[in-house]
Design a protein around this ligand. Structure first.
Ligand code: PHB
Length: 396
């Protein structure tokens, strides 16, 4: 036997011996758990599928800008398609936490599904980063120290809408939306801001999510003869609503307004029907800042797609996690320090810098935008530093 072969055999025997006595196992175990386990619970099918994809793209891009690491540790991803299906919310979130043992659960888009994730986050203590769903209780009544939102609360964009409408002389409006938490809570912000500015809501119309049979409701709008219509629709339903509104001829005499999701990621699909639509949102494609321009260019190069607000939110979710993980040098079990770093973070976002409220929701400017030549053009800041009225969450 050659010397080198004998050395190899001896080494092999030593490794087998070490493994059988358990000496090597901690090392193997550590090598596996060395990676931070990040779970995406997002819609990859259904009306909100493009929103889920944009969030994941944005998240991966921000992480790649940090060499793909969190506090020096590699990252391993797990994915669940939540289908924007609320009854499966708890089951899907539990799968990521129990089966995949994720350290961080990133999700989701739909407010009804978020309620399921929220229950699991509160029950298990898993770190949950909300990259979209604006459901109020997550950062109000049931606010939790392990839950951070990087997007908005459902009433934040519409709290800035009412005054902008009245300022344009549109004082009699009909409201229309999907009847679930996101639409109902967007209405709360609209009702508050519109009536405070002197506007009158003539009618409140709704249909179940994700229904897009708008005809009967458009007839009701025509009969009410309002100055304006304000709405919350998003994803696949949004361009359908704008096209049907225009096809019914309503855009000739009635100005269409919306929570800005109406015109995010869908301008191509909506075509001419979106021109002139006015919305309020915490982002706009046309923000003329070096930060936004670089982000847009990098995203287009990486994914051959134009980014939208959802991509920005995904990007900021990873930015927040990077700040937290760096502060604890990758030791995500140091929860007190991790949460404190994330609570105190300032995020240098394509939307503009923002900070966390005491209830872990962004304090941010809301822009007034108008669709011009297939782009969301900023025409002003509708409201500065809008904070959701949460009172803060305590460590358990
Ligand atoms: C929500 O369900 O909270 C939701 C969904 C899509 C949006 C905004 C909010 O664009």
């Amino acid at each position: 036997m050659t010397t080198s072969r004998r050395v190899l055999l001896q080494r092999g025997a030593a490794i087998v011996g070490a493994a059988s006595t358990g000496l090597l196992l901690p090392q193997i175990a550590r090598a596996q758990s060395d990676k931070v386990r990040v779970g995406f619970m997002l819609p990859y099918t259904g009306a909100f599928a493009p929103l889920g994809v944009a969030i994941e793209n944005g998240f991966r891009m921000a992480l790649n800008e940090q060499g793909g690491k969190l506090g020096g540790r590699e990252v391993e991803f797990f994915k669940v398609d939540d289908e924007s299906n609320p009854p499966k919310g708890v089951e899907n979130a539990t799968r990521l936490v129990q089966r995949d043992k994720v350290d961080v659960l990133v999700g989701t888009v739909h407010s009804g599904v978020q309620l399921g994730i929220h229950k699991v986050a509160r029950d298990t203590g898993v770190l949950n980063l909300i990259p979209n769903a604006g459901v109020h209780i997550a950062t109000r009544a049931q606010c939790a120290p392990n839950v951070f939102r990087t997007s908005f609360s459902n009433s934040q964009p519409t709290l800035a809408l009412g005054k902008a409408m009245v300022d344009r002389g549109h004082k009699r409006a009909v409201w229309i939306t999907w009847s679930y938490a996101a639409g109902d809570e967007a209405f709360e912000g609209f009702e508050q801001s519109y009536t405070a500015a002197g506007g009158t809501i003539l009618k409140k119309l709704s249909l179940p999510f994700p229904n897009v049979e708008f005809q009967a409701l458009l007839a009701e709008i025509a009969a009410a003869k309002p100055d304006a219509v304000a709405c919350f629709f998003a994803g696949g339903g949004a361009p359908k609503f704008m096209r049907d509104f225009a096809a019914a001829g309503l855009n000739k005499n009635i100005q269409l307004y919306g929570s800005g999701f109406l015109t995010e990621g869908v301008l191509h699909a909506a075509g001419e029907a979106a021109e002139g639509v006015i919305t309020t949102l915490h982002y706009s494609d046309s923000l003329d800042t070096p930060r936004n321009k670089k982000f847009r260019l990098d995203y287009a190069k990486n994914f051959r797609l134009q980014p939208d607000v959802y991509a920005v939110q995904g990007y900021d979710t990873a930015q927040l996690l990077v700040q937290g993980a760096n502060a604890v040098k990758g030791d995500l079990s140091n929860k007190r320090a991790l949460y404190a770093a994330m609570q105190g973070a300032t995020i240098d976002s394509p939307r503009g810098r923002w900070t966390m409220s005491k209830a872990n929701n962004p304090i941010q400017d809301i822009y007034l935008r108008r669709v011009e030549k297939g782009e969301n053009k900023v025409i002003g800041v509708a409201a500065k530093a809008v904070a959701d009225p949460g009172t803060g969450c305590r460590m358990g």
